[in-house]
Write a protein that binds this ligand. Structure first.
Ligand code: HEM
Ligand SMILES: *[C@@H]1O[C@H](CO)[C@@H](O)[C@H](O)[C@H]1NC(C)=O
Ligand SMILES: *[C@@H]1O[C@H](CO)[C@@H](O)[C@H](O)[C@H]1NC(C)=O
Ligand SMILES: *[C@@H]1O[C@H](CO)[C@@H](O)[C@H](O)[C@H]1NC(C)=O
Ligand SMILES: *[C@@H]1O[C@H](CO)[C@@H](O)[C@H](O)[C@H]1NC(C)=O
Ligand SMILES: *[C@@H]1O[C@H](CO)[C@@H](O)[C@H](O)[C@H]1NC(C)=O
Ligand SMILES: *[C@@H]1O[C@H](CO)[C@@H](O)[C@H](O)[C@H]1NC(C)=O
Length: 260
């Protein structure tokens, strides 16, 4: 028993990517990077292998835990959902390049990347990101502003990309992605986040330590992700809640619009 615990601890501490929130190096020419600004960020800080390869479950749990204080169970679930990115059967790792495969995890209508139909689907694209930021109208981003930016990107894709693809599975992942910056950089009770931190993160693929950010003191769990994703999901609705209608106004509306 003691031996098992010891060897588990050794496995965790022997992952060769350790990482530091204050150390950062851009990807070199032979390093892989992908469509996820956070996986790229964690590699740039060395929490993930800097070369963007060999993302084993242990390495992912280490990176999300040491870099962002994600609970190990949550990090394990995220890795389990992502391992399909490696096309090899029974793969034990994926690479950041694997994440670029279109319509496996990577999808159309991203906040900061171009659709595959138009070219590079994974490198940060300032032109695209600027179209999202139009909807980030306050210094503190609300679920509404984040949802509006997401819908705007989908609408632009749907209107211009004849191959636009966005299934209900994509939607679930997409909501998690829009929620992610709130979870890592924001205030969980109010589901808001400082816009400067989010923009710095996307545009530099670097943790916003110099803007005063530190990882949350309490480990982030699946419950938090689900809650914030649901709030963003609600905010994507183009309908407002039903307000009580005065009887006369209701009758008039019927005359004008319903034709009976
Ligand atoms: C095992 C862990 C993770 C994997 C495998 C992963 C993978 C991905 C992939 C494949 C995409 C591309 C989707 C698209 O086409 O837009 C993506 C997007 C994204 N991810 Fe991650 N991710 C992980 C963890 C995280 C974490 C912890 C954050 C926290 C901030 C995060 C933030 C984002 C954001 C904000 C996007 C959207 C980028 C955009 O729309 O331009 N991810 N992720
Ligand atoms: C991949 O990462 C694991 C730790 O999860 C480590 O034991 C192994 O040596 C690494 N492999 C390579 C090729 O770097
Ligand atoms: C993958 O794992 C399954 C179940 O353990 C096994 O039946 C199969 O042979 C493995 N495939 C390869 C290519 O190793
Ligand atoms: C950014 O996206 C736009 C629109 O898809 C595209 O025209 C442009 O070439 C992209 N820029 C880069 C650097 O990929
Ligand atoms: C085009 O759409 C099909 C079906 O959704 C998808 O399999 C394919 O990956 C898409 N290709 C591009 C370049 O968007
Ligand atoms: C957002 O964060 C930046 C950097 O720490 C800070 O200067 C700014 O005051 C914050 N904005 C608000 C509205 O709190
Ligand atoms: C989302 O909206 C539904 C219906 O208005 C509501 O019942 C639910 O509590 C909302 N969820 C969150 C997380 O705000």
């Amino acid at each position: 028993m003691k031996l098992t615990i010891l060897s588990t601890a050794l496995t965790v501490t022997s992952v060769y990517a350790q990482g530091s929130a204050t150390e950062w190096a851009a990807a070199g020419p032979d390093d892989f990077r992908g469509p996820c600004p956070m996986m790229n960020t964690l590699a740039n800080h060395g929490f993930l292998p800097h070369d963007g390869r060999n993302i084993t479950k242990a390495n992912a749990i280490h990176a999300l835990g040491a870099g962002l204080n994600f609970d190990a169970t949550l990090a394990g679930i995220m890795w389990d959902q992502a391992i399909i990115a490696n096309p090899e059967p029974n793969a034990t790792f994926f690479t950041l390049d694997n994440l670029n495969r279109h319509n496996v995890l990577e999808h159309d209508g991203s906040m900061s990347r171009s659709d595959a139909f138009f070219g590079n689907n994974h490198v940060f694209n300032q032109t695209i990101f600027d179209t999202t930021k139009v909807f980030w109208t306050d210094a503190i981003l609300t679920p509404n502003q984040l949802a509006n930016g997401k819908i705007a990107r989908q609408l632009a894709s749907k209107a211009t990309n004849p191959n636009y693809t966005f299934t209900s599975t994509t939607e679930a992942f997409s909501l998690g992605e829009v929620a992610a910056p709130v979870i890592v950089f924001g205030d969980l009770p109010s589901a808001t986040v400082n816009r400067s931190l989010v923009e710095f993160f996307f545009e530099n693929e670097r943790l916003p330590v110099e803007l005063g950010w530190t990882a949350k003191a309490d480990p982030i769990t699946l419950t938090a992700i689900s809650r914030i994703s649901a709030i963003i999901g609600n905010a994507t609705s183009l309908l407002t809640p039903v307000a009580p209608i005065a009887p006369i106004a209701a009758a008039k509306r019927r005359d004008l619009h319903f034709g009976f």
